[in-house]
Design a protein around this ligand. Structure first.
Ligand code: SF4
Ligand code: SF4
Length: 325
């Protein structure tokens, strides 16, 4: 019997999600044994025309990581959608926009200006900026359009399932592959991770009091972090209350606060707004110490890079979506 066909594709991403697949170690042999990989640009030499030659829906499942930044990425994910029975948004960037989505705080012109002219490491005396079309030696070279706004995968094509995380842990990838191969999948649109918030599974949850009051916001490098205590109690922003569990508490176990890469729990529309609301509710709540407006401003000013802190992984999927220019 023919094995189910599987594709892996990457859009605007760092390659970490590809690492996760490699991190399956010997399990990757089980995957390779059970499926027929028909596209995996990072590891195998298949071409776009190989995908075009397949029938519609012939690929059982496409795992697509990265957000959609370029015209070429949009074309490829539309092609994969057409050729695939299932599409899984693989990792935080495909799911929520991820770190590349933070570029939505800038315009394309600002990004090009910085990346090709102003950044201190740039050596570009002629100020050359990539062009979509360049005439050269009687011919023409083309580059895909660089869109002004980064999009999530489901803002580009319909997505069947989401595998969250930056990157998704290998065991959740293996569980997803097994679920797909055995047909034991939840309803379409589901995030393939537990519904509970990270605080519910955190090894430090017993040290998180019912009511927390922070009168000073700190950053991890500013203090010696107690490895047993809830980060919030220590004045560090931890995204655990507003983030889905399932990562294995990777950052917590490395004594670093959660940054929210698994995205919000079900029913939360905007993870950043939820994070702001959660954090605002514990800033300076202290019956002994009534805060003045100046105190509040000082506290808020202690949050370095609020946009990057609260919308680190989710700006492109948020209600804001991008900075209004
Ligand atoms: S806020 Fe962070 S450290 Fe505290 S219990 Fe939740 S996940 Fe754990
Ligand atoms: S602790 Fe938070 S940021 Fe770290 S892997 Fe888990 S969900 Fe992602």
């Amino acid at each position: 019997m023919a094995k189910p066909k599987v594709a892996f594709y990457w859009c605007a991403s760092c390659g970490g999600c590809e690492e996760t697949v490699v991190d399956l170690n010997e399990d990757i042999l089980k995957v390779a044994d059970a499926v027929d990989i028909v596209l995996w640009p990072v590891a195998l030499d298949f071409k776009r025309k190989d995908v075009e030659a397949l029938g519609d829906g012939e690929i059982a499942v496409s795992f697509i990581n990265g957000s959609v930044r370029l015209e070429e990425q949009e074309e490829m994910v539309k092609l994969l959608r057409q050729k695939s029975g299932l599409v899984v948004a693989f990792g935080a960037c495909a799911h929520l926009g991820g770190i590349p989505g933070l570029a939505n705080f800038c315009s394309r012109e600002e990004i090009f200006q910085w990346a090709y002219k102003e950044a201190p490491t740039v050596d570009n005396p002629q100020g050359i900026i990539p062009q979509e079309k360049v005439a050269i030696d009687g011919g023409e070279l083309t580059l895909p359009e660089f869109y002004d706004t980064v999009k999530t995968l489901d803002q580009t094509i319909p997505v069947d399932y989401y595998l969250p995380g930056c990157p998704p842990p290998s065991d959740s990838v293996m569980n997803a592959v097994n679920a797909i191969l055995t047909g034991q999948l939840p309803d379409k649109g589901a995030v393939l991770a537990p519904e509970k918030a990270l605080c519910d599974t955190c090894p430090r949850k017993e040290t998180k009091p019912e009511k927390i009051s922070i009168t000073e916001v700190k950053r991890p490098w500013q203090i010696k972090i107690d490895p047993e205590k809830c980060f919030l109690v220590q004045g560090l922003f931890c995204y655990g209350p507003a983030t889905r569990s399932g990562c294995g508490e990777t950052c917590i176990n490395a004594n670093m606060p959660c940054r929210g890469c698994f995205g919000p729990v079900d029913g939360v529309v905007d993870q950043g707004a939820k994070g702001i609301s959660m954090f605002a509710s514990i800033l300076g709540i202290d019956s002994e110490h009534k805060l003045s407006q100046e105190d509040v401003n000082n506290l808020v000013n202690q949050i370095a890079d609020p946009g990057g802190t609260f919308y680190r992984f989710s700006l492109a999927s948020s209600i804001l979506r991008r900075k209004r220019m």
